[in-house]
Structures are given as structure tokens and as C-alpha cells.
Design a protein around this ligand. Sequence first.
Ligand code: PEP
Length: 281
Amino acid sequence: GRHQANDPRPSHFEYNGVRFGQDNLNVFAGLCAVDTPEHVEQMMKVLRDNGQVCTRMGAYKPRTNPYAFQGHGKDCLPYVFELAGKYGIKVIAMEITHESHMAEIFEALHQTGDPTGVMLQIGTRNTQNFELLKIVGRQQRFPVLLKRGFGITLDESLNAAEYLASEGNRKVVFGLRGMKTNMGDPHRNMVDFAHVPVVKRLTRMPVCIDPSHSVGTRAAGPDGMLDISHVVAQGVIAGANMVLVDFHPAPATALVDGPQALTLPELPYFLEDVAIAREAY
Ligand code: PEP
């Protein structure tokens, strides 16, 4: 039913006290990959100090190179969840790449007394992992952030969202994160945030943008503003409902995607840029 413009079904949902809708905006700043408890705590603290209740934390990392750091997996979940609770974080976006990860998250939340909520993230490499989509779609406990496939059509990615919905889970946010091209792009991916209003026109889903994985670097324009900040502004002005963005206390030591991470002192400026862009929407 996603092509029905007059679809009466709501274009928003609530999860753990946080509203996700086509008419509001949540920022999920956090670690691309969890490395140490100290870094997790520093991240959570700066989020709390800046009034944030959502974050991103990678425990299961889908890596191109099999010898690259694969994430701490379930070992880091207890301290990630406990620290989230300590700093008032209500929703953590966390990628899973296998159904067993969902069970591990469920178990770790239970063990730690459910101090926070989790939004299951399906990454761009798994957008068409249909069996994973069916399993994640069959559960109602966790909402889902589904990333657009980086090398397939938009319609194919929207069909992936339909897998989740048709299995019963309609708490789905659709994430834009840039597309692969063979044009020698200056960015890691071709930024596709002009598709924010298109997805909102075609579906009931709130739309997320991921400037970090789209741009991939801290490159700055002649005005000194980071390309990441420019594309965030573009996506938010286009009506984005969620921003997923990488930060790290010490990007040079980050085990995954350090070159695209913003630093913790940059968070208030980043949030201000987002707020100004939202005003302009
Ligand atoms: C991520 O957000 O950590 C990630 C790996 O994103 P993507 O699936 O878009 O590459």
C-alpha cells in the first residue's frame, strides 16, 4: 500500500518515549563502532550534556575486509546498555547482520534491566537479505532502521521495507546513505538526500539521512564548512526525520571509519546546524 497518497495509516510511531514521524526530527549521533567503555561513556555524557536521548552504537560491523575489526559483538552490549541508562539515552540505533544478534540484544537488555531501547539497523549490504528482513519483520518489540541498498534501485529498497511491513513490523524508518557510482566521486558515495521528499511522497515512513557514510571524510569546502555539515543541511532542509551521524572522542584511534567521525566538542555546533536547517524546512 505504499503508493497510496491518501493512505490513512499513520506516518509516525512511538518507541520508548521517542516519536518517529514524517513531521519531526531526531538526531542519532554516536559511535560507528563501539571500541572501549571509556569512549562509550564519553559519548553518552556529551549527548546528555547536549539534551540528546538517542544515539548510534555499532557492535556488529559488516566489514569489506575479513581481517578488519568486526565489532565487539555481544561482549560490549551490557556496558553499552548500562551506560545508555546512566545517561538517559532512550533509543540506540544498532546494526544487526544476523538473526542471532537480535536474540543477543534481547538477552542483554533483559540482563541489564531494560535500561534503554534499541532500534535494529539493517545495513546497506543487507537491504536485500530477505530472510533477515522476514525475521526482523516478524517481531514487534524493536523498531527498524532500514538503509537503502547502495547499488540497487530505490524501488527495490522500498520493496525491502515492504518485507518488514508485510511480516507485521510497521515501525520502520528508511535510511538514505549515499549510492555507489563508478564516476570517481569526491565523496565515498553519491549523496542522495534529494530523495528524502520522494520517499516521503511514496511511503508512510520517516526518512533518515546518514551524512557520515555518504560523504566518508572530513573534507571541507572553501568556506571551511565540512562537507558532512553541508549535506546534513541539504537533507534536513529536504525534510529528513532522522540524522544518523558518526562521532568519536579520538577519531585517529577509531577502529572503524575514523576519517568521517566528528569530534565531541563539535556536537553542539552540529546540533545548531541541524536546528537552523530544520527551521528553513
Ligand atoms: C553504519 O551505519 O554503521 C553502516 C555500516 O552503514 P551502511 O550500512 O549504510 O554502510
